[in-house]
Design a protein around this ligand. Sequence first.
Ligand code: PEP
Ligand code: MG
Length: 572
Amino acid sequence: MTENIKGIAASGGIAIGKAFLMTEPDLTVTKASVANTEEEVTRFNEAVNAAKLELQKIRDRAEVDLGAENAAIFEAHLLVLSDPELIGTVEGKIKDESVNAEAALQETADMYVAMFEQLDNEYMRERAADIKDVTKRVIARLLGMEVPNIGLINEEVIVISKDLAPSDTAQLNTAFSKGFTTDMGGRTSHSAIMARSLEIPAVVGTKNATATIKQGDIVIVDGDNGEVIINPAPDVIEGYVAKIKEQEAEKKELLLLKNKPTVTQDGIHVEVAANIGTPKDVESVLENGGEGVGLYRTEFLYMERDALPTEEEQFQAYKQVLEEMGDKPVVVRTLDIGGDKHLPYLNLPEEMNPFLGFRAIRLCLEEQTIFRTQLRALLRASEFGNLKIMFPMIATLEEFREAKQMLQEERERLIQEGTAVSEDIEIGIMVEIPSTAVLADQFAKEVDFFSVGTNDLIQYTMAADRMNESVAHLYQPYQPAILRLVKMVIDAAHAEKKWAGMCGEMAGDPIAIPLLIGLGLDEFSMSAPTMLKARKQINQLTQTEMQQLAEKALSMQTSEQVKQHVKVVLGI
Ligand code: PEP
Ligand code: MG
């Protein structure tokens, strides 16, 4: 029976395919006694071997698709399964206590995990996480259940899951995963951002897709309208196939703008740039006519691995991006970990409000070795292109000064060591916290540029968690309060002859773009596939007219009024 689910349109386009449910099975273990312990040991060994084979497959796939670094975590898991002490303890327990394999494994694993977690040793604590993960895999085998694994998908599917961690999306192979839906999340959760840069249609925040959709159902993900259609009738499928063709034709037409500038009808040139997460994304930036990289989210370099990336590894990544972009500007943002992005190997304590907690620059100013290593890698790479460095989550001037001071110290150290460092690296900040927007006039005297991070600025201004679909109605980009903050930032930058950009998702939003042109934004940074559409739209606008539009919007009362006003004036 056909059924429709509404969600949040997270990544545009349409995908049709068979559902692949990522829900985790119930792996609760019941202790039981067994008569034949020899047989039970064999059953255990078989499950271990099967799990090993599965892990080897995942590792090999990850190595080919995502590189050796991303495959390392699975190597660690394989080591656990080959650990004679752990395996021997489980076997001994089965024999001595005549218990079933799953209970013997669970008890043994719990003991090791508790022991390792207590140690004041980061490496051992990481092992505890590995043991937990591997135990789950073996217990699933013993219970005859399957733990779905995104890295093992080898046919075309639509992925249906409660949530996708950045580690899941990092394993996503777009040759097979044609689209996805999640129960949780909003337009700016990181799974949504990844979907946009991977150019796969996604609907998030569906609340109940995993409960409604069954394995193998035919599903249409309409990422433009935030709709998921389950088991559609043939004529509905036909309609969507026609839409897919239309979108492909539109894409071809947009490509004609690839090497054209972005200029309004009255001759104001702005820059359309891209947000990237890895060096691999540069290809899509250039294919889609990007005039620069407005945000390089470096945290993806730190994720999906067992330890921090070395200075040399980082240097290579930054250098690659800078070289491939030639003389086009590349704004690299320093590490923004925390919030919904975790680094398990840092073993940071759990926080009640991670988005208000120890994240981004706050962490970097404390963990100076991590920060200084990144700064050195960036400074060394600066000779290979047009680098600009940007600090995330700046809330106070002191934070900016402190970060800049460390950058300066590392620069001097490198020069003393005889390493060449570019003379003209612009240093800017993200404006993501209302205090910084309000004090932008002071900041503008000291920074070289601003980039408004609306994904966070909206959540902090409206006190509406960007991940929480229950408050998604309060997450309002067109809210006059947000527009006024954005105006303050742009005006402050211009008063000091600095430039202001935006790298939050709002920068690529067709309703927001006319307003931002009116407010005088200089740079628009967005997911690569959105850039040409934005260029087409901007090229048709007249700035003086958009100024009037923005002025009116600033005096309005609600987000809805602003939205309707833009739609009416522009006929969209
Ligand atoms: C933002 O907050 O707008 C932003 C671009 O940063 P991120 O989405 O990575 O938090
Ligand atoms: Mg942010």
